[in-house]
Design a protein. Structure first.
Length: 305
């Protein structure tokens, strides 16, 4: 089942307590595509890049079933660039540089060949862009998920609320859920956000796992304890890619299916953090993913007599 992914394709410069890289491939759509491509193909990519984006990276994604008809290339432009430094706890970071470059002119268009997509992932973009993309779709997809952040809540709340009314599932972290809802309790926050439009809600809690909400049902997924976490950049986008990629593969959006998809997404994210950028994702095979999913199952499985 074809999947549409909209987001950034970029360069990152990263510094963590375990190392430093001056320039590596990044971007929400890049991470999501690498994760999702393990479960479903083709993946219809929508983004914008400059002429500096490596052709080898494009070819590697194309080999994984990612199509680039919806990716605008500005030959004389520079791709989006972000630089950040992570603190020792790896949960907080400082943004050092944000150069929008070609992203400042991003006005995405959905090609006709993408109109058959039943599953849609909207990366963390301006709500106005997310709304524009959804309005371009001629048929209502089976599932639309979106990501957002505190920044859009601060400067574009009205547009964000409009976008929320157009999607099926929202992914945010716990601080974003609290800001969006105005509630400190995560459960109360979830109920309030669901009334804004999304039937499903995933609240990511980093090293503490993730929560899935639907109606009065709650599913709590653990985070896998890892000895080494080198770079958490892109882990949330990797989670989202694994999540929706799995749902597209089985073509089911029941609560039970989503519970399994949360574990799949968590497994993919746990691999992502093991190396800088999407490097670890590019090395994975089906056996690796199966083993990591089994680790999650073992971690959370128990019996009470």
């Amino acid at each position: 089942m074809s999947l549409l992914i909209v987001g950034t394709m970029a360069f990152d410069a990263l510094e963590t307590p375990f190392g430093k890289v001056d320039r590596i491939i990044g971007g929400s759509a890049t991470y999501a595509a690498w994760a999702a491509s393990n479960f479903t193909q083709p993946i219809r990519q929508v983004s914008i890049i400059g002429g500096d984006f490596p052709q080898a990276e494009i070819a590697a994604l194309e080999a994984k079933g990612v199509t680039f008809e919806g990716v605008e290339v500005v030959p004389d432009g520079k791709s989006f660039f972000w630089s950040g430094r992570y603190h020792l706890d790896m949960n907080t970071r400082d943004t050092l540089v944000t150069d929008l470059n070609v992203l400042a002119q991003f006005d995405p268009k959905i090609p006709d060949s993408y109109q058959d997509c039943k599953y849609v992932m909207l990366g963390n973009l301006a709500p106005a862009v997310q709304i524009s993309l959804l309005k371009q779709l001629k048929n209502r997809p089976k599932l639309v998920i979106m990501d957002t952040m505190n920044f859009w809540m601060d400067i574009a709340m009205d547009e964000l609320q409009t976008a929320l009314g157009m999607v099926d599932l929202l992914m945010v972290n716990d601080s974003e859920a609290r800001q969006l809802s105005g509630e400190h309790s995560i459960v109360k926050a979830a109920k309030k956000i669901q009334k804004m439009g999304p039937k499903y809600l995933i609240i990511k809690k980093g090293e503490h796992g993730a929560l899935l909400f639907y109606e009065d049902k709650i599913f709590s997924a653990p985070a896998l304890p890892l000895e080494d976490v080198f770079d958490p950049t892109g882990a949330g986008d990797t989670f989202a890619g694994g999540f929706i990629g799995y749902l597209a593969r089985i073509d089911s959006i029941s609560f039970e299916s989503m519970k399994a998809a949360v574990i799949i997404g968590s497994a993919m994210a746990s691999y992502c953090v093991e190396k800088f950028g999407p490097t670890r994702l590019q090395e994975l095979n089906a056996e690796d993913i199966k083993n990591r999913v089994n680790d999650f199952v073992t971690l959370s499985n128990f019996e009470i007599k």
